[in-house]
Design a protein around this ligand. Sequence first.
Ligand code: DQA
Length: 145
Amino acid sequence: MNIILLIHGPNLNFLGRRDPKHYGDITLPKLEMLVKKEAKKYGCVVKCFQSNHEGELIDYIQKNAPSAKGIIINPGAFTHYSFALHDALLDAEMAAVEVHLSSISKRESWRKTSVTAPACIGQISGKKEKSYLEALALLAKKIKL
Ligand code: DQA
């Protein structure tokens, strides 16, 4: 069984209530259902996790990466400053794709930098929920699902 970890960082549990201009109006459960449905096309299973806490995200990666094939992660604001999350992704030693609903390169200057992306095989941003479907396609190509 090919398992893909779908990991969401802080405040993403509030999707549907956050600014729709940046994040659209999809809720987190709906977004997860969308990715799970798409993943069936690639014959893989998606395991989802969200936390507002950096350490919990790191614990989850450490515990679950050994049984997974790849990671799709939206680190939320941790994108911009969590070197610890960067290291956890690197230590997972597997293909990870970073996703963002909004266009981080077109927003405030502090959002333009991602410290986590260098630990990933790619970053897809600015396409709202479609970012996740593209991330899955990229991952599937890379790990030959
Ligand atoms: C986000 C972009 C981040 O800058 C922000 O802190 C988020 C969401 C996105 O998906 O566009 O929480 O990762």
